[in-house]
Write a protein that binds this ligand. Structure first.
Ligand SMILES: [Fe+2]
Length: 237
């Protein structure tokens, strides 16, 4: 069964994740290393795992601040949303005052969504889920052969700032758009079963089913009604 460990880093408490095919696997994926590179490197060492690849859901600074030092230290290739590569290669141009400094990185790979990757013994489906940011990706990660014979194990959804427990990603930053984000969330709901666990970029884990049932920002999805902007919206990161 896929082993997913969460580490909150930096002033905005972004969730970076180490994902392995099983609890004893010695290679890991690192998702969204936003800050505190040494903490994340130490966490991988404590698990006895080497970081095989670094995957980014999007390139807001709180998700990419530790990419360069960790890529340098490990040699792990970086997979970046294609549209957002110019942010990663010129990080400080996009960082608000009071944060950083962070190093830029030229990613080894770019992704558009629709790809299938095999890394660290894991199967990774890449989905295009824009709306919070223009190139945002969600990674649906599963361990091949790890599914229970009687009840198929849904993949772990590493979904960045698309969907939170009781909230959704903000859409007021450049490239954000509520109707687009809502469509992305709908795509995940249609594609994966309700028990799929969502590992978001901020706050605690949840499931697609729990959010479809109770998330106050998904009223239109629940009703299957025309897409519309909710009158009030929390500005979660
Ligand atoms: Fe973000």
């Amino acid at each position: 069964m896929t082993d997913v460990r969460s580490f909150s880093v930096g002033p905005i408490q972004e969730n970076a994740y180490l994902v392995r095919a099983a609890g004893d696997s010695t290679s890991a994926l690192l998702i969204d290393p936003g800050d505190e590179p040494q903490k994340l490197l130490d966490a991988a060492s404590a698990l006895g795992a080497s970081i095989e690849a670094i995957l980014l859901t999007h390139c807001h600074f709180d998700h990419i601040g530790a990419v360069a030092p960790i890529a340098e230290a490990t040699g792990a290739p970086v997979y970046c949303p294609e549209i957002e590569k110019p942010v990663l290669t010129d990080v400080m141009r996009w960082v608000p005052p009071g944060f950083g400094p962070f190093e830029s990185w030229d990613p080894e790979h770019t992704l558009k969504g629709g790809e299938r990757l095999q890394l660290a013994g894991l199967d990774i489906e890449v989905l295009f889920t824009p709306g919070h940011s223009p190139g945002h990706l969600t990674y649906a990660i599963s361990a091949p052969g790890g599914a229970d014979a009687t009840a198929e194990q849904p993949p772990a959804l590493l979904s960045g700032d698309v969907l939170f427990k009781g909230s959704v990603g903000r859409v007021d930053l450049p490239g954000g758009d509520w109707a687009t984000l809502e469509r992305s969330i709908a795509t995940l709901m249609e594609r994966f079963p309700g028990q799929s666990v969502v590992f978001p970029g901020h706050m605690g884990i949840t499931t697609l089913g729990a959010e479809l049932q109770a998330n106050p920002f998904l009223t239109e999805l629940r009703q299957g009604a025309a897409l519309a902007v909710p009158a009030e919206r929390k500005t979660a990161p």
